[in-house]
Design a binder for this molecule. Structure first.
Ligand SMILES: NC(=O)C1=CN([C@@H]2O[C@H](COP(=O)(O)OP(=O)(O)OC[C@H]3O[C@@H](n4cnc5c(N)ncnc54)[C@H](OP(=O)(O)O)[C@@H]3O)[C@@H](O)[C@H]2O)[C@@H](O)CC1
Ligand SMILES: Nc1ncnc2c1ncn2[C@@H]1O[C@H](COP(=O)(O)OP(=O)(O)O)[C@@H](O)[C@H]1O
Ligand SMILES: [K+]
Length: 491
């Protein structure tokens, strides 16, 4: 794969524009299709040398065209190959028709395919052009292939997976391996598409990288390339105040653990100082559990205003275990003009009062990051959550635009979006992160980055990445505590 395109995510619509630009620049589209099909046949031989028969399932568009090229190449190489088609081969158009005419193999109707032990399926039914739920015929075939446990190599995308959203349009193959072309598509990273792809290979079919990157939008895979330039190395002459002072707001005496997890994570992630802000009744329990994290009693907005005279306290985490209500809203609105991570109860407190928060975010000049999981997202952005036409990326982007905040829409496929529309999709998080307190740790890491002076989008994206790395390092038996111990240094 081209290094220049390693982190780029291209939507199917952008891919169509790239295709057209390639044709306009004089690149022969059939050459691209040949290259794509040859890459698929090479992957099939490399991955399944023991296959007794390659079964190529070809659809009505160019994805099917790639399939005919692959089938021809496999047959040329001496493999046993059978081709089954959805729709009439005579109805194919353009490059796909040409690929089918050049294929020496007979074509049988899709429904005639009966899986046999030793088969390897090459799925070239639908790729980027899937426009609606799969037709009935494809359903039956997919079911038979799954029941027969026949390994599948998908061309571009497993048929049924929507390349824009990662949603499954009715049903889909679950591939062992997917070969896509030039760059990843959102459907390769977003759930459930990601797990349907199996191992993903990105093959360079020869479209110049410049043509791809010029037409790709502001969407990337979350790697250090997206934010590394804002993660500066430690200055040997630094001192703790220069590394930022993070304040984390604790809940009452029976719900202090979540904020302590955020505070400990903030310190481990590099904030110079972290102060846990506690109501009077929780001071003793907090004090008994803290060492490097400092403790301060703050009862009300007056106390908070007094503390805020110290301008060195430059970032805050509010929400984990804090409690839902007016106190959370009052505190959050006071902290918005510095840098604030609003998590959990902090967000839920604004369920019926979001306009005030969003207006403050738009006008305060501070940095606001909100970190909703799916339930919290639906509470704060019900109309966006309910819009079935939007992908998770588009939902996060819409929420960021509406709230004037950076949105970290959490899950296995966490999306970080800025009000400008810039977005990254995260891909390094292990499922073992689904453990109590893991979100509190994430909020603390974001807070540390904000305290260090990172812009909100980069602070959030870098935190999500470090959180994922920490999860991998902590291993399957992790708890939120061991997750904190495994936060890696900023790269
Ligand atoms: N990008 C590149 O540079 C290159 C791309 N290449 C390849 O091209 C692929 C994209 O090709 P594509 O645009 O022809 O789309 P594809 O997925 O074959 O499906 C379209 C056909 O399916 C039909 N159809 C759609 N949904 C349907 C449904 N639910 N049920 C039934 N029918 C449905 C639709 O009909 P329509 O909706 O118009 O009625 C149309 O006939 C891409 O994935 C890659 O493999 C390579 O060749 C190398 C260069
Ligand atoms: N299946 C999964 N794979 C990878 N990461 C996950 C998965 N499920 C949850 N996570 C991550 O774990 C964290 C859980 O946060 P959250 O839902 O707020 O939990 P809690 O409130 O218990 O801390 C989020 O960062 C989320 O992205
Ligand atoms: K496919």
């Amino acid at each position: 794969m081209l290094d220049a395109l390693q982190n780029v995510l291209v939507t199917p619509a952008e891919m169509t524009a790239i295709d057209k630009a390639a044709a306009d620049s004089g690149i022969d589209s059939f050459t691209l299709m040949r290259s794509a099909g040859m890459a698929v046949s090479a992957a099939a031989l490399r991955l399944f040398p023991e296959a007794l028969r390659f079964v190529v399932l070809c659809g009505p568009g160019n994805n099917g065209g790639d399939g005919y090229v692959a089938a021809s190449a496999l047959a040329d190489g001496g493999a046993d190959v059978a081709v089954f088609a959805l729709g009439k081969p005579e109805a194919l158009k353009g490059d796909a028709a040409r690929a089918q005419r050049a294929c020496p193999l007979s074509v049988q109707p899709l429904i005639a395919y009966e899986p046999q032990v030793g088969d390897v399926v090459i799925d070239a039914l639908f790729g980027a052009g899937l426009a609606r739920d799969l037709p009935e015929e494809a359903y039956e075939t997919i079911e038979r292939v799954s029941e027969g446990r026949i390994p599948v190599i998908a061309v571009d995308l497993p048929s049924g997976v929507d390349g824009r959203t990662g949603e499954v349009r009715g049903t889909s193959f679950t591939a062992a391996h997917t070969v896509t072309f030039m760059a990843r598509k959102p459907g390769h990273l977003l759930m459930p598409g990601r797990v349907r792809c199996g191992a993903l290979e990105v093959f360079d079919i020869g479209i110049p990288a410049r043509l791809v990157s010029e037409r790709a939008g502001d969407l990337r895979i979350n790697t250090p390339a997206a934010w590394g330039s804002h993660a500066s190395a430690l200055d040997p002459a630094t001192h703790k105040y220069r590394r930022g002072h993070l304040g984390v707001l604790s809940g009452g005496s029976l719900s202090t653990g979540a904020a302590r997890l955020s505070a400990a994570a903030g310190l481990a992630a590099g904030a110079g100082l972290v102060t846990l802000v506690s109501p009077a009744e929780a001071l003793a329990v907090n004090a008994s559990h803290l060492t490097a994290v400092m403790l301060r009693e703050i009862r009300d907005t007056e106390d908070l205003a007094t503390w805020l005279k110290d301008k060195r306290v430059n970032a805050f985490v509010l929400g984990p275990g804090f409690g839902v209500g007016k106190k959370a809203r009052d505190f959050a609105l006071m902290l918005c003009d510095r840098a604030l991570v609003l998590d959990a109860d902090g967000m839920t407190s604004f369920e019926k009062a979001r306009a005030e928060l969003f207006e403050r975010a738009a006008n305060s000049g501070g940095r606001l990051v909100m970190t909703p999981h799916e339930g919290e997202f639906a509470r704060l952005f019900p109309e966006i959550a309910a819009d079935a036409a939007l992908s998770k990326i588009e939902k996060a982007q819409a929420a960021a635009r509406l709230s004037h905040a950076v949105i970290v829409y959490k899950g296995p496929d966490t999306v970080v979006a800025a009000p400008s529309g810039r977005a990254v999709v995260n891909a390094n998080a292990p499922p073992s992160l689904a453990t109590a307190g893991s979100g509190d740790v994430l909020a603390g890491i974001v807070g540390a980055h904000l305290a260090q002076g990172m812009p909100a989008f980069e602070a959030a994206a870098a935190a999500v990445w470090r959180h994922g790395e920490a999860g991998t390092r902590a291993g399957r038996g992790m708890t939120a505590e061991t997750l904190i111990e495994n936060i890696p240094p900023l790269p």
